[in-house]
Design a protein around this ligand. Sequence first.
Ligand code: TRP
Length: 451
Amino acid sequence: MQRGQFSSRFGFLMAAAGSAVGLGNIWSFPTNTAESGGGAFVAVYLILTFLLAYPALMAELTIGRHTQSNVVGALDKLANGTASRIAARTVGLGGVITAAMILSFYAIVAGWMLSYLFVPVAQITGLTGVEAWLTSGSPDNPGNWWFFTAIFSALTMLIIMKGIENGIEKWSSRLMPSLLTLLVVLIIYVMTQPGAMTGLQVYLVPNIADINTDLLLNALGQSFFSLSLGVGTMLVYGSYLSKQENLPKLGASLALIDVGIAFTAGLLIIPALFVAQAAGTEIYNEAGSLIAGPDLILQVLPSLFDSMGSIGMIVAFAFFALMSIAALTSSISMLEVPVSYLIEQRGMTRVRATQVAGSLILALSSLIVFNFGALFGLVVDTATVWLQPLLGVGLCIFVGWIWHRNSLIESIAEGAPEVRNSLFMKIWPTYVKFFCPALILLVLAQTVNLF
Ligand code: TRP
């Protein structure tokens, strides 16, 4: 069977950056920063991305491009004995299931973005009843949450059904430039408003006293989530990449784009919070810390937009369009993990595989929506705090211990012979073998208070 491939380096970069840049960058990075010590969090996050996430990203891209397979097939090809074959199944299927879990809650949050996108439309057309309905969702009244989750899931499925070049690549190449434009325009606007400079200061000046183990774990989770690591997303995108490409360089560009956009989004969100404060909105909670999470995005910012008069409607529309686009180019990369598995390991057509995976995941989303209090936080934490880093360790072990070192180096040097003598080649193979798994486990162990 003919496998799909990205048609150009630009196409791959847009798709992979589209996967990496998502609600993780524009929503959770700035709100995590607001919650845990401003500049200190930013500093730790940048260090962990460089020390742990980039090497793990390279592990995924290399495995993918070498094996030209979905995550289960790829690890199976690397395995060379019974034990490693069992490990391949465990990590591979673990990745497929975790990708599905992540998409199941991600689609709910993306649904919120979609519903708020229509608020200014309803305001302009004077549909007051619709406007009230759009923002009426809550754990006790999840009807509209479910509706928009289903719409968002359908959009994700429509793109994935079209395949690599006509679906993922085409839409990412269209949407990513729009995302960047919206982000820049919004920042310029917010920066000219009163209060913005106070926000900038909180965002950028680190307070070293804020650094603690919670912050460390938070920053690690954030960094793995933001680069879409552990579940085989980057692995499968790497598998659609031509053997001509220089992997270490592409991986580095990707990591830089990802942290660059997260950092830039912080320049929008945190100053916007303080602009809201200057306009009379409460931005600190009772405990005295900055309001974060859904309350920040769905209450503080909308009340800021409302206070801006009619231009506020345009700003609100641009902001939620930005969020929806970011979410969509990420969700397609999550769905591609189970879909590529069903196509290659279970012999389904792409359309069938998308229908099967998409509807199972929507069923899981529905379960979460209707049992929000009990399930949402649980699924988020299990998938992102635990499974993602653990599977990341598994992938590093495959590259470091199971894959033969010479063959690994040959595979990376393909398409980029100059890499053979680079600093990357001297350090990275040993680094993913020992330090990466050890450091990730060390950070995880901190949470369970083993030390
Ligand atoms: N990286 C995306 C974000 O920052 C989310 C994402 C896409 C993801 N694919 C993933 C997260 C795979 C974990 C695993 O929003």
